[in-house]
Design a protein around this ligand. Structure first.
Ligand SMILES: NC(=O)c1ccc[n+]([C@@H]2O[C@H](COP(=O)([O-])OP(=O)(O)OC[C@H]3O[C@@H](n4cnc5c(N)ncnc54)[C@H](O)[C@@H]3O)[C@@H](O)[C@H]2O)c1
Length: 434
């Protein structure tokens, strides 16, 4: 995944360690904050807080490779804001990771956690590495050294990492073990997204896709759209898109188009999403799914659909394709799939976009449940988890919808108004130290 390239000219808005014409993803975030400030009333006095990460740690991660040589990797952990609670956010292993990207992702976590009202601040981490080029043993050494290097920031009441791009339950198990070894006691609550046997939560794997489906149901209801027979197009049929697709299918919608890194497939009558998920698990992509018509990749965005779910990468709906969308509703399963300029095009065309900070917040919500269960060492049933997740997602969506209606703004701006107000209220009530 390559970082979105956005030219942001307001250099004075950037912390001095990020000077330059191209601020990357951090520039997109600053633009989103600027759109919200006029709606923050007296809290706008504190808005500068949102434009500066609380702290950013850059670490050198040296490891011995299997051939005996030593390699150095660049690692980051950024805590954007801790006013509402400990830092929470994933760790990404990717060759394109930059400080700008980790800063933006940490800020979006502050907004997401506040939008669904879980008691966390925002954080994010990453290592600039292509993990496919490492052996399993090298990956374990990299994860453990990185965890030790950022260990001074971590802890169940300080900062709690989780999986993100190219990190999974095994990496979380290694992080938990490394932190526990350094502390001299098993501390499961230091990370979420762990294996179930190590204090992970039932329903965590499906949580993000389930959240996309729940907010989709709510949005369709408010827009007067019928679920039965609704045409749905999904980019990315992995953890998020695959689960969301199966839930939409079960609710009576038709999954008419799916695009992933192997191809784009179409079925006017709709795919059996469960059969497609099983096929993807076996063949690692949708290409070749029996009975599917093949589409050109660029045709995907103009497919006749009522609901479009980008659930793969950043920077997918842009000025180049936004005007082609025929869907009435976009549910952002991925983080940052729509650029600010494309957002404006969609708004002018009357397309409702449920932004990532609400649509994909199901994952962090069940991570919150995992952390709570770890503290009490008492584990809930999957039914309890899904029921609580649905309640939180519906409540968060409804609050954002109402703010959008009251202010005549997009759901993205509304979500930022709700979230930034909560963050800055906490800032104000706590007061400045000293
Ligand atoms: N998993 C979570 O809990 C979670 C939570 C919040 C946000 N997200 C975001 O959702 C997105 C997807 O995450 P995931 O966990 O489903 O990942 P995943 O690895 O399970 O699936 C990614 C999907 O994207 C597809 N893809 C990759 N490159 C593509 C390309 N060039 N064109 C089209 N499709 C492509 C892959 O084929 C795959 O189907 C990411 O943006 C991630 O940050 C995930």
């Amino acid at each position: 995944m390559s970082a979105p390239q956005v030219q942001v000219k307001r250099r004075e808005d950037a912390p001095s360690y990020l000077q330059g014409g191209d601020l990357g993803p951090w520039g997109i975030y600053l633009e989103q904050v600027d759109r919200v400030i006029p709606y923050l009333g007296s809290l706008s006095r504190w808005a500068e807080t949102l434009k500066r990460p609380k702290r950013a740690l850059i670490v050198d991660v040296p490891i011995q490779l299997d051939d005996g040589s030593v390699a150095h990797f660049e690692g980051y952990r950024v805590q954007h804001n801790l006013s509402r609670g400990p830092g929470k956010g994933g760790v990404r292993f990717h060759q394109d990771v930059t400080l700008s990207e980790v800063m933006a992702l940490s800020a979006w976590m502050s907004v997401k956690n506040a939008a669904v009202n879980v008691p966390y601040g925002g954080a994010k981490g990453g290592i600039r590495v292509d993990p496919r080029k490492l052996s399993r043993a090298e990956l374990q050494r990299l994860t453990r050294r990185y965890t030790s290097e950022i260990g001074l920031l971590l802890g169940p009441d300080k900062d709690i990492p989780a999986p993100d791009v190219n990190t999974d339950a095994q990496i979380m198990a290694w992080m938990m073990d490394t932190y526990s070894m350094n502390q001299g006691a098993t501390i499961t609550g230091v990370v979420t997204g762990k294996p179930i046997q190590l204090g992970g939560s039932l329903g965590r794997r499906e949580a993000t896709g389930r959240g996309v489906f729940v907010v989709g149901q709510e949005a369709m209801h408010r827009l007067g759209m019928k679920m039965e027979g609704a045409r749905v197009a999904i980019q990315g049929f992995g953890n998020v898109g695959g689960v969301a697709g199966q839930l939409f299918h079960d609710a009576g919608a038709k999954i008419v188009a799916v695009q992933d890194h192997t191809g784009t497939i179409f079925s006017d009558t709709g795919f059996d999403a469960h059969a497609l998920a099983a096929y993807v698990a076996e063949h690692r992509g949708v290409a070749g799914f029996p009975g599917a018509d093949v589409m050109k990749p660029e045709e995907f965005w103009s497919v006749k659909a009522d609901v479009m779910i980008p659930a793969a990468l950043e920077n997918q709906i842009t000025v180049a394709n936004a005007h082609k969308l025929r869907a009435k509703l976009v549910l952002e399963g991925a983080n940052g799939p729509t650029t600010p300029a494309a957002d404006d095009i969609l708004r002018d065309a009357g397309v409702t976009v449920v932004p990532d900070v609400i649509a994909n917040a199901g994952g962090v919500t069940v991570s919150y449940f995992e952390w709570v269960q770890d503290f009490s060492s008492f584990f809930w049933t999957e039914e309890e988890i899904n029921e609580r997740l649905t309640r939180i997602m519906r409540g968060a969506f409804s609050a954002v919808w109402q703010v959008g209606e009251e202010n005549g703004v997009s759901l993205r701006t509304a979500a930022f108004i709700v979230a930034c107000s909560r963050i800055l209220q906490a800032r104000e009530q706590r007061g400045l130290y000293p």
